[in-house]
Ligand binder design. Structure first.
Ligand code: NAD
Ligand code: DAU
Length: 352
């Protein structure tokens, strides 16, 4: 069996759902259920004996030790993190606690467990750390895409905390021999994406008749990857990645934010037109930029393709259409996650 952390969040829940659909191997899912964790994402697994959910913190060493001893996983896949850049700007402390201190405690518990395994199990064990392209900093327009050898230049409290966790994971391999793998992925989108991030926020606001907030000039560039492709990349690295190696994961889909939102509006105009016949694009509103906003990310995912044969299955065009359709079909899920705390966040970030 495997232990997944943060498996009630956006990417983690997609990973757990795909895992349970595709493998007959149990998964223990440890998640603190912060505002970003949502058991409704996992509702279809309620009667699946291969899914064991445990509410708890990766920083709770006693709990993690108990889970490792009880379930004896062959791998740990660490998704658990505070993940929203804007929240890290308003309040970095939770990011330091979970992403750095929490990862440290998790590594300590895993190191003890792994160290006591019999030789064959010890050799087969893996700790896969899920990280981000944001650790590499910001690119100029014509710079080559990030490769695994780019130096770390994190610019936000979020990316700095992820960078620190990556360094800890690396150090546990070099110092203690812990069999680690690290993936650094670009921007994901798809089902169960919490509507504080650009794509689900804009779908939600468009349908609610609210402004679609574009930071600054909207020409910041991100590389976009459909979440199911990120999950398949993680499975591939877990199966065949070389120990201690880092793999960049990306969709070869660089887009300016304004273009992404324009595409969303065009798909919504087609699938769920406004009653007044106008385009959702009329709701686009330019707002104050994010402090320290990274201008461009781009991922060179050729190592993963060359060494492990992984390529994304979706283009941006196919993935974004599936995503918009998913939100149209799952308005109840959206309504449930956009209640109390969510509204407080919108007030804090976007004002009136
Ligand atoms: P998310 O915010 O949607 O989910 C994070 C999950 O972790 C939540 O379920 C939350 O309850 C849980 N969690 C938070 N603190 C915890 C703790 N102390 N102990 C246990 N569980 C805790 O995040 P996401 O977008 O699904 O990202 C998952 C991972 O992938 C993160 O490590 C993130 O840095 C990384 N990542 C995300 C993206 C992206 O585009 N979303 C891209 C690359 C990498
Ligand atoms: O690159 C990978 C990262 O992608 C992950 O590590 C993070 O966990 C994930 O949240 C995401 O970070 P971003 O900051 O790129 O995602 P976000 O959706 O917050 O913003 C995407 C872009 O859109 C970014 O340039 C900021 C901009 N934006 C965002 C919001 C929420 C807006 O213009 N308006 C908005 O209201």
């Amino acid at each position: 069996m495997i232990l997944v952390t943060g498996g009630a969040g956006f990417i983690g829940s997609n990973f757990v759902l795909d895992w349970c659909a595709g493998a007959d191997e149990p998964v223990v899912n440890l998640d603190k259920l912060t505002y970003a964790g949502n058991l409704a994402n996992l509702a279809s697994l309620r009667d699946d004996p291969n899914h064991v959910f445990v509410q708890g913190d990766i920083g709770d060493v006693a709990l993690v030790r108990r889970l490792l001893a009880e379930h004896r996983p062959r791998a740990v896949v660490n998704f658990a993190a505070e993940s929203h850049v804007d929240r890290s700007i308003h309040g970095p402390e939770d990011f330091i606690q979970t992403n750095i201190v929490g990862t440290f405690h998790l590594l300590e518990a895993v190191r003890d467990y792994w160290g006591a395994l019999p030789d064959a199990e010890k050799a087969a064990f893996r700790f896969l750390h899920v990280s981000t392209d944001e650790v590499y900093g910001s690119l100029a327009k014509d710079d080559p895409a990030f490769s695994e050898t780019n130096r770390y230049e994190p610019n936000s409290p979020y990316s700095a905390s992820k960078a620190a966790s990556d360094h800890l994971v690396r150090a546990y391999h070099h110092t203690y021999g812990l069999p680690v793998l690290t993936t650094n992925c670009s921007n994901n989108y798809g089902p169960y994406h919490f509507p504080e991030k650009l794509i689900p926020l804009c779908i939600h606001n468009a349908l609610a008749g609210k402004p679609l907030p574009i930071y600054g000039d909207g020409q910041q560039i991100r590389d976009w990857l459909f979440v199911k492709d990120h999950c398949s990349a993680i499975r591939r690295v877990l199966d065949a990645g070389r120990l201690g190696e880092v793999y960049n994961v990306g969709g070869w889909n660089e887009k300016a934010n304004l273009d992404v939102v324009g595409t969303l509006c065009a798909i919504l105009d087609e699938l769920s037109p406004r009653a007044d016949g106008q385009s959702y694009k009329t709701q686009i509103t330019f707002v104050t930029d994010r402090p320290g906003h990274d201008r461009r990310y781009a991922i060179d995912a050729s190592k993963l393709e060359r060494e492990l044969g992984w390529k994304p299955a979706e283009t941006f065009e196919t993935g974004i259409r599936k995503t918009v359709q998913w939100y149209l079909d799952n308005q109840e899920w959206v309504a449930n996650v956009t209640s109390g705390n969510y509204r407080e966040w919108l007030g804090k970030q976007y004002g009136a």
